[in-house]
Each structure stands twice: as C-alpha cells, then as structure tokens.
Design a protein around this ligand. Structure first.
Ligand SMILES: *Cc1c(COP(=O)(O)O)cnc(C)c1O
Length: 446
C-alpha cells in the first residue's frame, strides 16, 4: 500500500464569533483597551531586551502618588507621617523611592524588619506590626527603639519579659480591631474594642511596671471603596484614647490608621471601572482627620500615621507579557496564551486587570480569555477582555499590578522574571534580576 499522504486540508468546524467594533455594550465594564506603546517615554518594544515576561515600574508614578498622599494629609493636619507598607512591594529599589520621599517603614515580620534596617532606616522610623514577632528579633527591635504594635496577649507577655531583661520600661502601641460597619469585619488581628478586650489589654499594660502604652493602631481592611469606615474608625480610636486617659495613667502620643486605600484597579465584583468610584486621597484624609479635630484640642492633636501600600504602588506597576499562541475552543471562545500567568499575578483572583496591546491595531475586537503558561485550568489572567487580532510574538501590558504581586508571586513551573524601574531620568534600571538555573542551584543539594 502506498503511504503517500494526500495534501488534503484538515477540516475545521465553522464557528460564528462575535466581533466588537465599539466599546460600549451591555456588559458595562467590558470596554475596549487603549494601546499603550510606551511607559514614561520608554517604548515597550525596547523593553524586549530585558526578557519576557517583565515587570516594569514607573518611578515618576511612585513619587507622584506618595507626594499626593502626603499633600492631602499635610493640607489638613499638622502631625502626619506616612509609613511604607513593606509587604505590598518590598523590592529595595521601590522601598528606597518611598523612603527618599520621607516615608517611614511599616513591617509585619522579622524578615521585613531586617530588610528595612538594611535599607538604612533607623529603628525609630520602623513600625513593627504583625501577629508573629519571634522573641529574639522582637527584643532586638525593642532595644533599637522600633515602634512596636502588639497583636495579642502572649506578645504583651514577651514584651514584659523583654522589659525585665533590659531593665527598663518598654513603650508600645496596641493594635485594635473595631466595628466600622464593614462586613465581614477584619477582626483576626489585635484586640477587639467593642467586646472590652482592648481595654483589658490596656489595663494589663497599665499594671505592668515594664510596659507603657503610647499609641493605638488599627487597619480596617484593604481596597476600601468608601471613606466612611475611616471616619467611624477614627472617631472610635479618639473615644478610646479619651477613655484610656480618663481611666488609667497611660499617656498616649499617636494614632496609626493603617492602610487600605483603594488603587485605580477593578475588583471582579465591582460593576463600574475603577476610576469612577474610588475615593481620592483627599477624601480619605478628610474622613480620618475630621474626627480627630472634633475629639482633640488643636494644640493636643495626636501624631497621625497611615501605612498606605496598595494605593501608592499599584498603578506604578505593569507586567509586559508576550503572546505565545492562540486557540479557539469548541464553543467558539478564543483563548490567547501568554508567557505570564497567575504564577506572577496572585491578585488576579480578585481583580480584573486592564489588558492593553503594546502597539496599535486596526480591525475588529474580539472577546478573549488571556491565559498564562501553566498547565492548569485556573491559569486565566483575565476572562472576557476585548482585544484586537493579536498574534504570537505580540506584547500585551497587564496593569495595574504593582501591589502584592511582586511579593506573592510563586515559582511554579516557571522562574520569576526580571523587574525594571523606569527612572525619572529616563534610564531603565534592572532592580531585580530574572531567576536562572544558578539561582535555584545555589539553594539545592542532591
Ligand atoms: C497590609 C497592611 C497595610 C497596607 O495595606 P494596603 O491595603 O495595601 O494599603 C498596612 N498596615 C497593615 C498592618 C497591613 O497588614
């Protein structure tokens, strides 16, 4: 028998795919992306030399955001200090931009504390939060003069022992959780206010010759689309302060209102696109400072801290990815496969990022699902986005992705890519090298 193969074409079932010309349709947030061909004047095309995928940060945006935050509070309040939330993005180069703009550091682990110290931050400009502070590191932080925020009773016990060991009074703050009308309430951390736990903790501190209470801390949630809970939280913090000063001999100095301001991103559960519903820094600042003016005489206003993370860094971060293939599913739905997936975008579980082509296209748009390189069904970076006819090798920008991705990314199947910073002088600087086989080999033994 002849084995000759006939030049017959393979049959493909005809399918009808919906094409979109404009941007408005019944799905609301389902709008066509604008192409983004450059970030701060640097062409995306030119960034190919750093490899793909590639995280790109804009120094100009980082500085701009933190300046806006500082201005919003400085316009209203005389004793304000921002502390950069390390866990939101602790790449040293990013932290250093915020420190250069005057931010202190807010850390939630011994590792982050060490990172902040290594970045040259004096201990008395580090706020040490979090539910687990190992004894040795906690003792060191106390000895160095860090601002310690106690989370639970066992930690108060540790702090008291440290005070005894060092032969002195340890000044601390406590984290409290409170009902701001937001549900579910964030009540896992700190001492609950309404149940009386927080007052018990205060009494415990007041009774100790080795402890003194100097501050109150709360962190009421993240991506808060309403400023009103901050007003309620600040009101309750001020009331609690007054109550403590009336009933004990503890004398407080500061209130720390935590983080949680929203960035211009879009939660999957949110109907409208980010920009139209997100409070400005001015609105958050007003909600926090107004109750303090109501509660305190203007010459007795407490020092005020905020620990904003997401809202300062999210929009400064982009992930540039390359399309590696496309496929049409049996139901006609089109999938684009890119080299960046949920391994690099932990937060894609909650947010619908914008997906922007990196060059201009003509023609119609199609409703596609953008997938990553993992061999897992869940590896969908974004479902239902309108994109032009993109081909293998074309670049896409996924944004905003500056918050929590570069700290929560995982090394699953793929190694982590490089991160670059587009500096205000126009130079592109590699701020974290791509992982390589050498990176991995250094840690393994066989
Ligand atoms: C995570 C965290 C922050 C930062 O929160 P954002 O929502 O990113 O602003 C601030 N304070 C504490 C205690 C945190 O755990």
């Amino acid at each position: 028998m002849s084995t000759q193969v006939s030049p017959k074409k393979t049959w493909v079932r005809p399918i009808i795919r919906r094409q979109y010309m404009g941007s408005a349709n019944k799905f609301g947030g389902f709008s066509a992306p604008d192409s983004i061909t450059a970030i701060d004047g640097v062409a995306i095309e030119q960034l190919r030399e750093y490899g793909s995928p590639l995280f790109v940060f804009s120094e100009a945006t980082l500085r701009n955001k933190v300046q806006q935050l500082n201005q919003a509070f400085a316009n209203r309040y005389p004793h304000f200090q921002a502390a950069w939330s390390y866990k939101t993005n602790y790449l040293d180069a990013i932290c250093k931009v915020f420190h250069d703009e005057g931010s202190w550091a807010e850390v939630v682990s011994a590792f982050e504390y060490k990172k902040a110290r290594a970045n040259g931050i004096a201990a008395n400009r580090i706020i040490f939060n979090g539910p687990y502070k190992p004894y040795a590191e906690l003792k060191q932080a106390v000895a160095e003069g860090a601002l310690i925020h106690a989370d639970h009773l066992d930690e108060l016990q540790d702090l008291e022992s440290i005070g005894k060991e060092l032969g002195r009074v340890v000044e601390i703050a406590i984290r409290i959780n409170l009902d701001t009308g937001m549900y579910p309430a964030w009540n896992r951390f700190g001492f609950n206010l309404e149940s009386g736990q927080a007052m018990q903790a205060v009494n415990r501190i007041a009774a100790s010759p080795n402890l003194a209470l100097i501050g109150l801390h709360c962190h009421i949630g993240t991506f808060m689309l309403d400023a009103a809970p901050y007003r309620r939280a600040a009101t309750k913090m001020a009331e609690f302060w007054k109550n403590i000063e009336a009933k004990t001999t503890e004398r407080l100095r500061y209130i720390d209102m935590g983080g949680g301001f929203a960035s211009r991103n879009k939660l999957k559960s949110q109907y409208q696109a980010g920009n139209s519903v997100i409070p400005s820094f001015e609105e958050y600042a007003e909600a926090i400072t107004a109750p303090l003016y109501e509660a305190f005489r203007s010459d007795q206003l407490p020092q005020l801290f905020v620990e904003t993370g997401r809202a300062l860094v999210d929009e400064a971060g982009f992930l540039v990815s390359t399309v590696v293939g496309s496929k049409t599913m049996p139901d006609g739905k089109r999938f684009l496969v890119a080299d960046a997936g949920v391994n690099l975008l932990y937060t894609s579980t909650w947010y619908d990022f914008k997906i922007s082509p990196a060059k201009h296209y003509s023609g119609t748009l199609e409703d596609v699902t953008l997938c990553g390189p993992l061999c897992m069904n869940i590896d969908k970076v974004r479902e239902n986005c309108l994109l032009p006819d993109m081909r293998r090798g074309d670049q896409v920008l996924i944004h905003p992705v500056g918050a929590y991705n570069v700290t929560q990314w995982m090394q699953f199947i793929e190694m982590r890519p490089a991160v670059v910073l587009i500096q205000t002088n126009g130079q592109v600087k590699v701020i974290r090298e791509a992982e390589s086989m050498e990176t991995l080999k250094r840690q393994e033994q066989s």
